[in-house]
Design a protein around this ligand. Structure first.
Ligand SMILES: Cc1cc2nc3c(=O)[nH]c(=O)nc-3n(C[C@H](O)[C@H](O)[C@H](O)COP(=O)(O)OP(=O)(O)OC[C@H]3O[C@@H](n4cnc5c(N)ncnc54)[C@H](O)[C@@H]3O)c2cc1C
Ligand code: FES
Length: 291
């Protein structure tokens, strides 16, 4: 069953702490309205650049953690990619940030105490610890597979080792854990722990690979996608991707409001960035009743 979205709020929050975690920056912001509505898999839209900026669109970040301090804080983790994240990396304690959240649909959680493998690549790993917490709260067993290009980009290895029954680490350059990618080790982990479900967050190619492995094992997989987003609230259509519905029909859906969490096998990863000819409403095809 899919989780229903919550009504987001806009908050001007004070930055409580900033910290570096290897290649990443982590910002904790006092944002009670967002913290109290948060569920694992939600993200926030952060205004960047200050009052006179030309950077008009909010930047999306998955929430890494929420705490009850000061009425409620949210923490997000990011690496510098362009001008917006460079500006965020310069924020200091007591600065203010304009946040909208929580956004998107969170991860659905199993009713029964099953065994779940949580797969995180690059900063996607930061998204998984609240998921792990919620799963363990339901009596689920949690095993982690975390990976990145290099050791400094593997987020949360120590915490995963504390929380997970097992933690398997991979790096492409071999500087930490096994040399390779998360998808190289995932089949072995799923088989060893007899996993019932997979949860994943990371770049699209990783999610595609993780989904293929889960499908091979015939177990459900929930993925949190990061499709480029301009508004984050369902208005602009920049974040659409082709997803197969319960009725077998492909629709172009907005990942900011219908996602970012989807059943992996429903996302047409090979067609992301295009409108497949058989998608509902696609030029020249894709009607609900088509053959
Ligand atoms: C749901 C979600 C969660 C995310 N969580 C994290 C996280 O936890 N940590 C992290 O490091 N990164 C995360 N990202 C990626 C993060 O949003 C980008 O790294 C960030 O927006 C880069 O901003 P920038 O100004 O530094 O980069 P720039 O590349 O200079 O600017 C990015 C700008 O381009 C826009 N843009 C990007 N792609 C498109 C597109 N296809 N169509 C239209 N506009 C586009 C963005 O909205 C933004 O305005 C997430 C992205 C999404 C969608
Ligand atoms: S980001 Fe604007 S509709 Fe999804």
């Amino acid at each position: 069953m899919r989780e229903t979205p919550v009504t987001p709020v806009q908050v001007t929050g004070t930055v409580l702490t900033t910290r570096r975690v290897d290649a990443y920056h982590a910002l904790t912001v006092v944002a009670p309205g967002i913290a109290e509505r948060f569920r694992p898999g939600h993200f926030v839209g952060v205004a960047v650049g200050g009052a006179r900026t030309s950077m008009l669109t909010r930047r999306a970040f998955f929430v890494h953690d929420v705490k009850p301090d000061y009425g409620g804080t949210v923490e997000f983790v990011f690496s510098v990619r362009g001008s917006g994240t460079a500006w965020l990396a310069e924020r200091r304690a007591r600065d203010t940030l304009d946040l909208v959240g929580p956004l998107g649909r969170p991860f659905p959680l199993p009713r029964d105490p099953v065994t779940c493998v949580l797969v995180g690549a690059e900063h996607g790993a930061a998204t998984l610890f609240t998921v792990a917490d919620a799963l363990q709260g339901r009596g689920c067993r949690v095993d982690f597979v975390l990976g990145a290009v290099s050791a400094d980009r593997v987020f949360g290895a120590l915490r995963a080792r504390r929380m997970g029954e097992t933690t398997t680490l991979t790096t492409e350059d071999g500087s930490l854990g096994m040399r390779g990618r998360v998808t190289d080790v995932l089949p072995g982990v799923i088989a060893d722990v007899r996993a019932d479900a997979v949860y994943a967050c990371g770049p699209m190619p990783v999610l595609r690979g993780v989904t293929a492995v889960a499908v091979e094992f015939d177990i459900p997989v929930q993925v949190a996608v990061e499709e480029g987003m301009a508004c984050g609230i369902g208005v602009c259509m920049t974040c659409v991707l082709p997803v197969i519905g319960d009725d077998g029909v492909t629709r172009m859906v907005r990942s900011c409001v219908e996602g970012p969490v989807f059943r992996g096998e429903r996302v047409r990863f090979d067609d992301v960035g295009t409108i497949p000819f058989d998608a509902l409403g696609a030029p020249g095809g894709g009607t609900r009743h088509a053959g």
